[in-house]
Design a binder for this molecule. Structure first.
Ligand SMILES: Nc1nc2c(ncn2[C@@H]2O[C@H](COP(=O)(O)OP(=O)(O)OP(=O)(O)O)[C@@H](O)[C@H]2O)c(=O)[nH]1
Ligand SMILES: [Mg+2]
Length: 217
């Protein structure tokens, strides 16, 4: 759950990138890191084995300040390999939103489904069933990528398309999730009224600090 510190006038959001093995979760975070202004990001922490598989998790802290409040967004990835189930649960605990990074390769559609079922079960175990989820189909550059209109949206209202390796679609996915996470918290905690910031102001500030010029790229 989001941390609101009224004394320090600070809001901390936790977001998690989830999905099947090798779908591009770490690649999303790496691209995000390069797109966020140096002043608004901390160190990108990744823990890989030699073959690039995430061993524990990755973390990118993003922060920005408005005239009245400061925001911290902690962006995590989980490791996709089945063996890391315990780690996935630890990372998912208390999340305010999830990007589900699906693989566009036709032969990974079963892996997408399995990872989705795993996500739903783990969210349910934490009573986080209502947390906002953005489905991203990554690796759109694959010559045999499944057509966009055949992608399983897993019951979500919309999805984004990306080529994380090239940094494409990474910011729109991130913005979509942050916006939905804000709307969710607004409903639950009346954040806007308490912080004196409406959704539009929050979005504008976020875009200004986190690469507004690339919001479509
Ligand atoms: N063709 C293509 N390959 C990609 C893309 N994004 C990532 N990859 C490749 O997919 C492989 C896995 O990427 P990662 O970002 O490490 O995947 P991950 O989801 O973090 O993997 P785990 O942490 O092991 O679950 C790497 O070889 C990437 O270069 C993309 O948009 N297109
Ligand atoms: Mg990874």
């Amino acid at each position: 759950m989001a941390l609101v510190d009224f004394a320090e006038r600070q809001l901390t959001l936790k977001l998690v990138y989830y999905g099947p093995p090798l779908s591009g979760k770490t690649s999303n975070l790496r691209a995000l890191y390069t797109k966020v202004d140096t002043l608004n990001r901390g160190r990108l922490m990744t823990l890989d084995t030699r073959d690039d598989r995430t061993l524990f998790f990755d973390l990118l802290p993003i922060f920005f300040r408005t005239s009245s409040f400061s925001f911290r967004i902690k962006v995590y990835t989980v490791p996709g390999q089945p063996v890391h189930e315990a780690t996935r649960r630890v990372v998912l605990a208390g999340t305010d939103g999830v990007v589900f990074v699906a693989d566009s390769s036709p032969d990974q559609q079963d892996a997408n489904r399995l990872a989705w079922q795993n996500l739903v079960a783990n969210l349910h175990a934490f009573a986080l069933d209502r947390v906002p989820i953005v489905v991203q189909y990554n690796k759109r550059d694959l010559p045999d990528a499944i057509p966009a209109d055949e992608c399983d949206k897993f019951g979500q209202p919309s999805m984004t398309l990306a080529c994380a390796k090239a940094g494409e679609g990474v910011l729109p996915t991130f913005f979509a999730l942050v916006e939905r996470a804000w709307a969710h918290l607004e409903r639950d905690l009346q954040l806007g009224a308490k912080l004196g910031i409406d959704a539009q102001t929050f979005r504008k500030q976020l875009a200004e600090h986190v690469g507004a010029t690339e919001a479509n790229g």
